[in-house]
Design a protein around this ligand. Sequence first.
Ligand code: GLA
Length: 388
Amino acid sequence: MDLSLLQQKFISVFKKDSEASFFAPGRVNLIGEHIDYNGGLVFPCAITLGTYGIVSKRSDNKFRAYSANFENLDIIEFSLDDLSYNKDHNWCNYLKGVLKYLREAGHNVDTGLDMLIFGNIPNGSGLSSSASLEILMCKICTDMYALTLSSVEAALLGKKVENEYIGVNSGIMDQFAIALGKENHALLLDCNTQEYKQIPFRLEGYSIIIMNTNKRRELADSKYNERRSECESALAKLQKTFDIRALCELNDDNLDEVSSIVSDPIEFKRAKHAITENTRVIAATKALENNDLTLFGKLLNASHVSLRDDYEVTGKELDALVGAAWEEEGVLGARMTGAGFGGCAIAIVDNGKTDDFIKNVNQKYLKEIGYEASFYIASIGNGPTQIN
Ligand code: GLA
């Protein structure tokens, strides 16, 4: 992204110079899907697509925010006097939520900002544009008001905004992946304990290709909450026998017993996905340690099959993309990433084959679904930064 263009845009919108520019990434999850809220291990990484914020301090307590993605909305204005959710404030509710919880936590934010925001994460693609905006706002406030806010605190605050302010019942993965992003590393996060490790992630000779179904996914309207409650119901039944706080404390050896306790076949399938996916994350990080990319890829494929058959969150678009990817030469593995029901999938593809891969997968997708997919080569980038 050409930063100077955004800075010029700031001048034309606000009729003054900007003071500072910031960036926060989006994320892809490599493996460990739909288990952050089941106390599992997840393995996401931050990507170099993300959200830019160009800002300048004001002396009053007003915020004036302009999105270069939604120019028709013009400048949206609000003030520190009223940080309650207001549907007319549209995307600015994410900013307001961050400000509200920062102030409630005792951070000193008492003047406003002029802000120009621009994101190059395709909207609704499931690459966490909302967590990116939350973590961007945390970083902007931390630097502009000289706050002391750690990356983990920012992640937890972002999650609180999502869950309590916006009303989306998501887990902790996205905000952690973004706030703790590190170039060429993936984050192994234990969602039960919030312990994490940044693990070097370099795919010698291979690239991660993000494949966008171009089917929008709306987390709030999706079956996400239904899956969560099916898991909660299975957990409640299992807690009569096992001393556990979360489904992912069980392992594959427990599956026979789980099937006799959780008699509802749907709930059993959901629990089975959670338990086996957690096992796959452990195996995948071991495979990486041993430089066994072939096994890593196979585990990605198995994750997709489990999300398709047991968790039932893929849908025909993601299955078409991933199915087409599996048929291509030079592909180590492919799976949906994020919440599912549309959005994106990832594939690990031999660097020499990426052009053919994109051409062939897109052709098959178009034939089956009736419109094209989009493709981006992912680079694993850093967490939020001030860029000048
Ligand atoms: C969305 C949520 C995350 C996680 C994933 C599925 O991205 O925001 O918390 O549950 O879905 O793994």
